[in-house]
Design a binder for this molecule. Structure first.
Ligand SMILES: *Cc1c(COP(=O)(O)O)cnc(C)c1O
Length: 364
């Protein structure tokens, strides 16, 4: 590919799209990540040809050689973002260029090739355009999942020389069933999500594989999610399995753990920091320990805690459980700032308010 010109996407519309009535049924209650649209986008990469053969085609299985590198050494990265049906009927994405840049950083960490930002965004637009009928109305959205994996047929341990980039799309309702009910979290003292120098800041499937056991432990303790502490001291709160975390204090100040290689730089996290600062709130990106969390919850100095990420947007955390005992944040219910930040962000994402920070990306 030449630096400034995008290759032409070959578009092969599906000969057998899901009939409209069936689609309407699926869209009525899609849940999360179980319903998929008619198409996918694929772009190939090889060391000799670079990025080539971008295609929009019928969604379907991908044939892989059993020796494909990803199946052995997990060279895989992904992204997640949403397309919304805007208030005026147009289709909007939220900051796709930010996802493109993060995808590049993840690729660099996993020794994978860098997909140009414009090609990443064009792939998303192509899919959203051809599958626009799959964007649910109301509270729903179309979750977009770009990902890339190593396809070279070779069992040697080295970066693959071939990759496939794919985008699929899944209409979703709200992430957590049972709506605004605050989350309960289990503090994992045995397992860490990320270590200094590791892949914690990259969005790679391997991080998730490692979080599944602690997540299962959280569920065994009747919690919705696991919260991870730092790997070194097992003391500093880092994030959830797939969401960043914020603390709100009685003086109105807000705190979130600083990025430093072990925390995934969430795009929602960054948006929340911007929105809170625009309200004049003090936001500190500062380490916060589990002991302090427990103490501040007991003294009621801590008023609200919430998690945030693309899938759930903003979700209150009401209860914390750990081997050292359980505690409640505030009255265990969603706090005022949590609810109002979620509403403000959702209004921007869905085109129901202005876009003071230039975050919306119109597609149609
Ligand atoms: C994707 C992800 C997040 C949230 O990032 P967003 O860009 O806000 O969706 C947080 N933590 C982890 C570990 C993630 O993988």
């Amino acid at each position: 590919m030449i630096a400034d010109s995008l290759p032409t996407f070959l578009v092969h519309p599906s000969p057998t799209p899901v009939p409209e009535t069936e689609r309407a049924q699926l869209l009525a209650d899609p849940g999360f990540g179980r319903v998929f649209t008619d198409h996918m986008v694929t772009i190939r990469y090889s060391e000799s040809r670079g990025w080539h053969d971008p295609e929009v085609r019928q969604r379907g299985p991908i044939a892989l050689d059993p020796a494909a590198a990803v199946l052995h050494y997990a060279q895989e990265i992904f992204e997640g973002l949403k397309a919304y049906r805007g208030a005026d009927g147009g289709v909007l994405m939220f900051q796709p260029a930010a996802n493109a840049r993060r995808f590049q950083l993840s690729a660099a960490r996993l020794a994978m090739p860098i997909l140009p930002e414009a090609l990443f965004v064009e792939a998303l637009e192509q899919l959203v355009r051809i599958d626009a009928a799959w964007i649910p109305d109301g509270d729903g959205s179309l979750y977009l999942r770009p990902f890339m994996f190593a396809t070279e047929v070779f069992l040697g341990v080295k970066p693959s020389s071939e990759y496939l980039f794919v985008v699929i799309a899944s209409p979703v309702g709200s992430y957590f069933k049972g709506k605004a009910k605050p989350l309960s979290v289990w503090v994992s003292d045995e397992y860490a999500r990320a270590a200094p120098g590791g892949t914690g800041a990259a969005k790679c499937g391997g991080n998730y594989a490692a979080s599944l056991l602690p997540q299962a432990e959280a569920i065994r303790h009747e919690c919705d999610q696991v919260v991870f502490l730092d790997a070194k001291e097992r003391r500093w709160v880092e994030e959830l399995g797939g969401m960043n975390i914020f603390f709100v204090f009685e003086d109105g100040s807000v705190r979130t753990p600083p990025l430093g290689g072990t925390i995934l730089p969430g795009i929602t996290r960054s948006a929340i920091i911007t929105l809170a600062r625009a309200r004049g709130l003090e936001v500190r990106e500062e380490a916060y320990s589990i002991e302090q969390w427990r103490e501040d919850a007991a003294s009621k100095r801590l008023r609200e805690v919430f998690a945030c990420g693309t899938a759930a947007v903003v979700a209150a955390i009401g209860q914390v459980r750990s081997r050292e005992g359980d505690f409640i944040v505030g009255d265990g219910q969603e706090g005022q700032l949590t609810g109002s930040l979620r509403a403000e962000l959702a209004d921007i994402q869905r085109g129901r308010s202005g876009d003071p920070h230039g975050w919306r990306h119109p597609v149609t």
